[in-house]
Design a protein. Structure first.
Length: 268
């Protein structure tokens, strides 16, 4: 059972739930991270803390959640759940005061009904076809257990300190909406981001796993890590992180540690 690290130099709130994950293996990332105390809170309770009062005493927010999607909706898979006005106001205030955010993996699919949220994160994973920035887009693509090399494309950025020029990963990749014009690239994947390599989540939710029949998604970006400004806050998004194969990768852990310190304005 993890202890409470009362003397840590960096205190972070970790928001989880909305997508299946290995809780123990994921938590081990932070339990093994020197000088960091991580408090893991499940959605929807976590949303109640994402405002200046709720985050008092925390130095940064880490998103490994996927709110706003109802996978038990009787007629719509998934149903869309809108964020409350109070939550939206509190989260905006958090960014306006400069509280840093690190978002991982499936967090890119969170709050699909809130356009600003995707703008702040720098992209969107879509579970169903929708409009994105005035354009009609198909549902995004997923591909599990893909071996690839993650390439460091910003070696001078503090988030990439100590990260090699390339390192091996085996993880899920996304063929998603990436707003490259709005972000500073950090990490790219040596993989083909074309429809024949990925599968449609709409097919999966209809019971057709690993299917891309009739799904003509255009080629996408190989960008899997970036930083950007979200109002007055620093934000880092890292697309890797589907399961223990990623959690246990030393360079991935280094990226998360560097990112948390950077968004909080600290030095590891």
């Amino acid at each position: 059972m993890p202890i409470i690290h009362h003397h840590a130099n960096l205190n972070i709130l970790v928001s989880v739930r909305g997508h299946p994950f290995d809780r123990t293996a994921f938590d081990a990332i932070f339990q093994d991270m020197p000088g960091v105390s991580a408090t893991m809170v499940d959605q929807p309770a976590a949303a109640r803390l994402m405002n200046p009062d709720g985050m008092r005493g925390f130095d940064a927010l880490l998103l490994y959640d996927m709110p706003g999607l109802d996978f038990e909706h009787p007629t719509d898979r998934p149903g869309i759940v809108a964020p409350s006005p109070d939550f939206k106001a509190g989260f905006r205030a958090l960014l306006e005061q400069g509280t840093g955010v690190v978002a991982l993996h499936h967090a890119l699919a969170g709050w699909p009904d809130w356009e600003e949220y995707g703008d702040w994160l720098g992209g969107r994973f879509l579970y169903k076809p929708t409009m994105v920035r005035g354009m009609s887009r198909l549902d995004s693509g997923y591909a599990h257990d893909i071996p690839y090399e993650a390439r460091n494309v910003a070696p001078d950025h503090p988030v990439m300190a100590g990260v090699p020029a390339g390192f091996a990963m085996r993880d899920e990749l996304y063929l998603a909406e990436i707003f490259e014009e709005d972000v500073t690239p950090l990490l790219r994947a040596s993989a083909s981001f074309t429809a024949e390599r990925f599968y449609s989540p709409q097919h999966a939710l209809a019971g057709r796993m690993q299917c891309n029949d009739g799904w003509l998604h255009p080629p996408g970006s190989d960008l899997i890590g970036w930083t950007k400004k979200a109002l007055n806050a620093r934000l880092v998004y890292l697309q890797p992180g589907d399961g223990p194969a990623a959690y246990d990768q030393p360079d991935y852990r280094r990226l998360i540690r560097n990112a948390l310190h950077w968004v909080a304005g600290r030095t590891p």
